[in-house]
Structures are given as structure tokens and as C-alpha cells.
Design a protein around this ligand. Structure first.
Ligand code: 4AD
Ligand code: MG
Length: 434
């Protein structure tokens, strides 16, 4: 029998108090106090303090510990003891241990490293307690997304990543060669979602999307994960309710299942406990007024900038829904407001605390002639959108949906300042390594 056969996870230790168990993991920290050594062991499931004394392991074995560098992999055998002061509630007294692989001098030390250094070492940085914690919250938030949609009868239908045309404007396309033709990395699965919704009613896709945005802000990544539901026979109001429900579900599940993680990230959870439907809803025009009362004039040709979104988000203690944006700042596929042709049946949801837009969605233009006109107005190639026009030729139906940026939403929920910490391997402006 090797250590691989009988080891348990550190997270399982509380169920084994008083027993002798085997663990395998990495040495996160090692320090000595008099004749005793303390090893902080991590195995990905949790961390635990292990106590080693020459009385328990013998002098020769004890001396071997001096070779054990930070991040070396080891197995240990020991007795699990209750320890009320320990975060995990337990401690392990070691009887025996073995070195699996000694680590070379570990580049990430307990000092402050610059962020470029950390990003260059993202493959190792991920092992740090804080990064591990953010990944746990991200995973739980993702599970909440799937649970939410499954419970509401939505089917997951994956959209392609190689696409023949733009969905969200031609200026942010990543172009690649596709057997001699141009293809673009998907900016959004929406157009395919609309086809899938006409086949299956309620669908969502969830995957990486790509934007060649030259922006270096704390909210932008060039590869980000988007969850995009689309439902046939749903209008803008239905779409807003769905987005509210999704956001609340993600927040509630994280609060319920990841409370210790939020605490260790020093997240002010009272801000999250507040997040319940309905969210405040204001029109774009009302948002402009609100900003102007605060002395901010929005550039008429640009729409909201990042700063404007921050101010809007900070004006409410829950995410705020801004709806009916003018058509000139939105995509070609959005249906116009029947009450005002200047406006679209669109909505963005802006997170509080300066995290900006986390959701963008709309009701879709379902009239063939109008859609054809929009494609022309936006200078998009109609040939590559023929299939999309087919959806209006063959049984057009009202359809609505939205996209939520998972990474940005997780940044807000965890309270981490920059989106780069929410992505396991962030793709940022001028950064594709590691
Ligand atoms: O508002 P956007 O561009 O909407 C769409 O792509 C629609 N086609 C979605 C749909 O209706 N199915 O993007 C949706 C969301 C934003 O609200 C934001 O949360 C996120 O995607 N997002 C980004 N996240 C990180 N980095 C970027 N560069 C992002 N761009 C958009
Ligand atoms: Mg948007």
C-alpha cells in the first residue's frame, strides 16, 4: 500500500478526530519552536497545522525536516486532534512522514510582490490562500448559474467559438485564419442562442468570449466567461426578471456555501445580504438626470463611460437596472421601443461598489425587413448573417436574452478589486503568458 491508497483530504479531518490518518499535500509554511516543528500543510481541499516532535518521529527522521523547502510535496501520518483555535478545528500530530518531491526555491515569498511578477507566476500564484479562495467562490457561483437555469427549464446549448461575423461590433474582433478564410473568436454566443431558442424554447450558453479591447481597466479581460440565456416568447421585462433572479441566486448560494471564504477575503457581507429582488429600475434618460444632478455630463456620442457607471452603481445599495438605451450606443440586433424609435428595448445591470456593468441584454429585433436594414446601417456583411436572417424568415418570434460576465460578477461578489484575480489564467492587454 502506498500513500496514494489510504490518504484522505484535509477537509475530511474533522470527521476523523482521534484517529490516525494519512495526508498528502504541499508544505505551505514550516517553522520551528524550540524542539518542535510546525508544518502548515495544504492539499487543495483545505489547510491544516501539523506538529512534529523528535519524540514522535525519532531524531533521524526529525533532522530530515530541515531539507523540506516551501511547496515541497510530502505525505504525513498522524493523529487528528481537536483544536478549537485552529480555523479548520483540528491539528495533526505527526508520527511519520515522507518527502515526495523537494521544491526548488519558491519564487513567491511572503513579501509584497509586484502584480506583474505575480501574473508572470500565475501558475504558482494560484496556490496562494487568497487566490485559492477566490477560485472556490467562482466555482460555487458557476454551479449556482447551472442550478438556476436547470430549475427554470433552460437547456444548456453551447455556442461555437470560431464565428464568421461580429456580434458586438467589428472593432473588438480577434481575427484568425480558418483554412484560408477569416474567422473571428466569438464575442458572444447570442446569435446562436437565438437559433437554439427557436429550436428548444429556453436555452443558455456558458463559455469563454473574446474581445480585442485595448482597455486596461480593472473590469476588462480579453477572454472572459459569459453566461447567456435566451428565451423565445420573452419580452424585456421577463428578461430583466430573469437576470435579477440569476444575480440573487448566485449571491445567495455564495453567502450560504462560501461564508468562511468571504470572511477570509474580508468581504463586507452585509452589502451582499441586501441583494434581493426587485432591483431599482431606471431608464437611460433617468440615469442621465441622476448623473447630471451629481455634476456629471455624459458625452452624447459615447454613452456611459466606466466612471459614469461607477457613480450610477454607487448611487444604489443593490444592482441597478438601466433600460431603454438610445440605439446609437447599442448593437444592431436590439428591437426598438415601439413608444420611441430612438430607444432600444435594452437593459444593463450595474453592480454597486464600483464594479460596473455585469449584465447586458435586450429584446431582439424580430422583423425581417427591419433587421436587414439594421445590418446595413451597422455595415455588417449580410452574407455571413444570412442564417441569422432565416430565424426571421421562418417563424419569427419575440425573443430576449442577456449576457452576464461571470468574472466581473465574481469580482463584485468576492470584493476583489481587479477582474484578473477572478480568472484562473487571465488574458489581459498584452498578457497571454502563462
Ligand atoms: O453587454 P455585452 O457586450 O452583451 C453581449 O455580448 C450580448 N450579446 C449578450 C446577450 O444578450 N446574450 O456583454 C455582456 C456582459 C457585460 O455586461 C459584462 O458583464 C461582460 O459581458 N463583459 C466583459 N467582462 C469582462 N471583460 C470584458 N472585456 C467584457 N465585456 C463584456
Ligand atoms: Mg454591454
Amino acid at each position: 500500500m502506498t500513500y496514494l491508497d489510504d490518504r484522505i483530504w484535509i477537509s475530511e479531518l474533522p470527521d476523523h478526530v482521534g484517529e490516525t490518518v494519512r495526508l498528502a499535500g504541499w508544505v505551505y509554511n514550516r517553522r520551528s519552536s524550540g524542539k518542535i516543528q510546525f508544518i502548515l500543510l495544504r492539499d487543495g481541499s483545505s489547510r491544516v497545522q501539523c506538529v512534529v516532535s523528535p519524540d514522535d518521529v525519532g531524531d533521524e527522521k526529525f533532522a530530515e525536516l530541515d531539507r523540506v523547502t516551501m511547496e515541497s510535496s510530502v505525505w504525513v501520518r498522524g493523529t487528528v486532534r481537536e483544536d478549537k483555535r485552529a480555523p479548520s478545528g483540528v491539528e495533526v500530530t505527526i508520527h511519520d512522514f515522507g518527502i515526495i518531491a523537494l521544491a526548488a526555491e519558491y519564487p513567491i515569498q511572503k513579501k509584497d510582490h509586484g502584480v506583474d511578477f505575480l501574473l508572470d507566476h500565475r501558475h504558482l500564484w494560484l496556490r496562494s490562500a487568497r487566490q485559492e479562495t477566490v477560485m472556490r467562490v467562482r466555482s460555487t457561483a458557476e454551479e449556482a448559474v447551472h442550478d438556476f437555469f436547470r430549475e427554470r427549464g433552460y437547456l444548456r446549448v453551447d455556442a461555437p467559438i470560431f464565428t464568421p461575423a461580429a456580434c458586438e461590433g467589428t472593432t473588438t474582433l480577434f481575427e484568425t485564419d480558418y483554412f484560408g478564410d477569416s474567422a473571428y473568436l466569438s464575442q458572444s454566443g447570442q446569435l446562436y442562442n437565438e437559433a437554439a431558442a427557436a429550436a428548444l424554447g429556453r436555452v443558455y450558453c456558458f463559455g469563454p468570449t473574446f474581445r480585442a479591447e485595448k482597455s486596461k481597466t480593472r473590469r476588462h479581460a480579453n477572454e472572459f466567461w459569459q453566461v447567456e440565456p435566451e428565451a423565445a416568447f420573452m419580452d424585456l421585462d421577463g428578461c430583466i426578471e430573469l437576470a435579477e433572479g440569476l444575480i440573487c441566486r448566485m449571491v445567495t448560494d455564495v453567502l450560504e456555501k462560501r461564508r468562511p471564504e468571504l470572511d477570509s477575503l474580508e468581504r463586507d457581507v452585509s452589502k451582499l445580504e441586501n441583494v434581493e429582488p426587485p432591483f431599482p429600475r431606471i431608464t437611460y434618460a433617468e440615469a442621465l438626470e441622476l448623473l447630471s444632478e451629481k455634476g456629471i455630463t455624459v458625452d452624447d456620442k459615447e454613452g456611459f463611460g466606466a466612471e459614469d457607471e461607477t457613480v450610477l452603481g454607487e448611487s444604489f445599495d443593490k444592482p441597478v437596472v438601466v433600460h431603454r438605451y438610445p440605439h446609437w450606443c447599442k448593437a444592431f440586433y436590439m428591437k426598438r421601443d415601439p413608444d420611441d424609435d430612438e430607444l432600444t428595448l435594452s437593459m444593463d445591470i450595474i453592480a454597486p461598489e464600483g464594479y460596473g456593468e455585469i449584465v447586458g441584454g435586450s429584446q431582439r429585433e424580430d422583423d425581417y425587413e427591419t433587421l436587414l436594414k439594421r445590418i446595413d446601417e451597422h455595415n455588417l456583411p449580410p452574407e455571413s448573417l444570412e442564417w441569422y436572417l432565416d430565424l426571421r424568415r421562418y417563424g419569427a418570434a419575440p425573443s430576449s436574452g442577456f449576457g452576464m460576465g461571470l468574472d466581473r460578477t465574481v469580482a463584485w461578489i468576492t470584493g476583489v478589486k481587479h477582474i484578473r484575480e477572478t480568472l484562473p489564467f487571465p488574458r489581459l492587454l498584452n498578457r497571454i503568458y502563462p
